[in-house]
Design a protein around this ligand. Structure first.
Ligand SMILES: [Zn+2]
Ligand SMILES: [Zn+2]
Length: 756
């Protein structure tokens, strides 16, 4: 019996070939919990068979366990592949979707192949999986390919143990498989035309600067020529996305390397069968219209991962060369979930796209593209979705069977059982009914696929979160509240397989605190069962609720008012020129009277305030925008930092009033913003290390976990990590799950499981 990701990845045909080569008889079949194989023949051959499974397993297989037992001889005369057997209550691994493989790409571009130019080519080593599965075990009748009966040629491949497409559940060809079409002006698919004709029309439209909605693997993309500034600007306008960077799909690695620097680890991530979006530093001067990613210093690139994508970049004879880089952003309006159905696409995307391209293979489960960034040579998830979900995250310790609902921003939930944590794909911000429906629909899928019946629902402490309400009122399960930053650190511990107690630095935008204030600049001493708030950033008045999140200048005023004891030197600062004096005095009055305000120790708000002080950004349109621009502004080669103070224990208060006064003095003296930004980042890095050193001396804890969205700032991460290591502390960062709230559910699950 072999368990792990062993279904839908060519495991049975691989075993068939191996058995044949060793002259072994027997049988193999899929069971809900894994693959069962029986062999009989020479003892040495049987031993070699077992030994080679681990060493030579197919590229997409991940073997978690391989158990061997002797059974009575069956006297079989051949090796057969038997039908799948479903077992109730067993745990199965549903394979993630996988990018089109090199063999299929070869056939796609071979005019002599019967699948030449066919946009839905796939094989046992590649293609759709999670996105088309309706039930387990993974077999064609239980996928959205059920409605496409195979033609004799495909059927023969599907049944031929010597063929690459043996048991390839989505196997298809132009005769029997799905096809591509434009929607007409009434939202109906146009009558079928040859794929080559449809593709030529798509390429011509893209080349002419049109915006297209194109149905992909896990949903629709909105797509245009990335080098066409007016097309990009129009897409931004129609999608109501004013500043968030667009993802860029490039024809090949060379096209990416022409625009950005790519390290060997980044190259490996780009080329991996998961094909995530990889955040890269562009060459300067910026080689694309700035509207692709305004303000930031990074561009997100990925490579074609479906045959259809590959064909978007293929030049047919007598055609103009297609654009080598396309904007490929999720097909949705602003923050709604990605659109996956053809009719839904017509309703929602018709106002954004000049034309809509669909196909008739239904998408059962919606998936956005995953986003990664490489740090210290290692791939780190920023958004975990297609290609990664729903592969289980192996836990170092067994967990109870439960649901963790995550947070409301960048939501992903988590189901656990034994040593498996199944983190859902990125769901999005739970701020509208569509996203809540996506949450519920995905939860139902995953419970069914993995045969899970959670016994409790962990949730964030925030009483206003939709995820909290889901856990308390809708899940029907006993709720277990978990503090936000404790969950961040537990998530980082689980990501690194840590047990015991650690120091945890959780810096982020917002999390509901145990004292009902907003936390977000927290240093905890914790394990999975509980935490001590060892130190935190000094509380600052955050007035007007979320208005202060959208308008960093209000946080800047709050910081200034605190640092200068009610007499901030506003006239000497760059931010003063951006506002009517009336706005400033009203805001100051609100801060001083604490009208409609909360106390916040958020690191995210601190970065917002400094970005505003520097005159970089006074209003944001997406989470983290001001901090991203502040990081992008930081100069290299600056080592100085600003002063700050640390209060007495339990909890120690990190007082940045001296920092704010020094920044104001620097700015008034005309110090360049890049220098101020670097000095500020250095201050946060050095205070992180210094406070941890103090706490390590007090507690004996030498392991430090860094978590929270603020640690997606690589300038900060680099400096803080180095300073912590210089202090003799061991540093742990996220890699398998995001440091932002997208990884939170994993920590909630481990904490709740420990409490149970
Ligand atoms: Zn393939
Ligand atoms: Zn066929």
């Amino acid at each position: 019996m072999v368990t792990g990701i062993v279904q839908g990845v060519g495991f049975r045909p691989y075993l068939w070939r191996l058995a044949h080569s060793l002259r072994l008889c027997g049988a193999v079949w899929n069971q809900t919990s894994g693959v069962v194989v029986e062999v009989e023949g020479a003892a040495a051959a049987a031993a070699e068979f077992v030994a080679r499974i681990r060493m030579e397993a197919p590229p997409l297989a991940i073997i978690e366990s391989l158990s061997v037992a002797d059974i009575p001889v069956q006297d079989s005369s051949r090796f057969s592949i038997l039908p799948s057997v479903a077992a109730a209550g067993a745990f199965t691994c549903v394979p993630p979707d996988t990018a089109v493989c090199p063999e299929c790409l070869g056939e796609l571009s071979d005019p002599g192949d019967r699948r030449f130019g066919y946009p839905f080519i796939n094989c046992t080593n590649c293609g759709p999986r999670y996105s088309i599965i309706r039930a387990v075990p993974y077999d064609r009748p239980l996928t959205t390919m059920a409605e496409f009966p195979m033609c004799p040629a495909c059927e023969a491949e599907y049944k031929d143990p010597g063929d690459r497409r043996l048991d390839a559940q989505p196997n298809a060809c132009p005769v029997c498989g799905p096809w591509l079409s434009f929607l007409d002006s009434a939202g109906r698919p146009e009558p079928r035309q040859p794929a080559a004709q449809v593709l030529a029309r798509i390429r011509a439209l893209l080349g002419a600067g049109s915006i297209l909605a194109i149905k992909g693997l896990g949903g629709f993309h909105l797509c245009c020529d990335a080098s066409n500034a007016s097309a990009v600007a129009l897409l931004r306008d129609r999608k109501r996305r004013s500043a968030k960077p667009f993802a860029l799909m490039a024809r090949d690695l060379a096209a990416i390397e022409a625009l950005a620097s790519v390290s060997s680890a980044e190259r490996a991530a780009l080329l991996s069968p998961r094909k995530p979006i990889v955040l890269l530093s562009p060459h300067s001067p910026a080689p694309l219209p700035p509207s692709v990613a305004p303000g930031g210093n990074l561009l997100g690139f990925f490579l074609p991962y479906t045959p259809l994508h590959a064909l978007l970049f293929a030049q047919a004879p007598a055609e103009a060369p297609p654009p080598p880089v396309l904007v490929m952003t999720s097909g949705n309006l602003s923050e709604e979930p990605i659109v996956s159905g053809n009719e839904e696409a017509f309703e929602r995307l018709a106002p954004i796209a000049d034309a809509i391209v669909v196909h008739n293979r239904p998408i059962e489960t919606r998936l956005d593209d995953s986003v990664v960034r490489v740090f210290e040579g290692r791939e780190r998830l920023v958004r975990r979705a297609r290609g990664y979900a729903p592969a289980p995250i192996a836990l170092h310790t067994p967990a109870a069977e439960l649901l963790a609902c995550g947070a409301d921003l960048k939501n992903a939930f988590c189901l656990t059982r034994g040593r498996h944590a199944i983190l859902s794909q990125h769901i999005g911000d739970l701020e509208n009914l569509e996203t809540l429906r996506f949450f519920e629909e995905t939860l139902e899928h995953m419970k069914r696929f993995f045969g899970l019946t959670p016994s409790a629902a962990a949730h964030d402490l925030h009483p206003g979160y939709l995820s909290t309400r889901y856990a308390r009122e809708m899940s029907g399960l006993p709720p277990i509240p978990v503090q936000h930053h404790h969950a961040h650190i537990a998530s980082c511990m689980a990501d690194n397989g840590l047990d015991g107690s650690v120091l945890g630095v959780a810096f982020d935008g917002t999390g509901f605190g145990a004292d009902d204030n907003l936390w977000g600049g927290e240093i905890l001493g914790c394990d999975y069962s509980g935490f001590t708030r060892a130190a935190h950033l000094r509380y600052i008045v955050q007035s007007g609720g979320d208005t202060s999140v959208r308008k960093p200048w209000r946080m800047a005023l709050s910081y200034l008012d605190d640092a200068f004891d009610g007499a901030p030197p506003l006239e000497s600062l760059p931010l003063s020129s951006s506002f009517a004096p009336g706005d400033v005095s009203i805001a100051l009055r609100m801060i001083r009277r604490r009208l409609n305000s909360v106390l916040s120790s958020s690191a995210g708000r601190l970065f917002d305030a400094v970005a505003s002080l520097c005159g970089l950004r006074q209003a944001v349109t997406y989470e983290g925008q001001a901090a991203i621009e502040l990081e992008a502004a930081a100069a290299d080669g600056i080592d100085e930092a600003y002063p700050w103070d640390l209060g007495p224990p339990s909890p120690r208060v990190i007082d940045l009033r001296p920092t704010i006064r020094a920044i104001a003095a620097d700015l008034a003296a005309g110090t360049p913003v890049p220098v101020v930004s670097a000095r500020f980042h250095n201050t946060v890095a050095s205070l992180t290390a210094s406070v941890c050193r103090t706490l390590a001396g007090e507690t004996g804890l030498k392991r430090v976990c860094l978590s929270g969205g603020t640690f997606q700032n690589h300038y900060l991460l680099t400096r803080a990590g180095a300073a912590l290591r210089r202090s003799g502390l061991e540093v742990f960062l996220h890699s398998r799950v995001p440091a932002n709230d997208g990884g939170l559910a994993l920590g909630q699950a481990l904490i709740a499981s420990t409490r149970l």
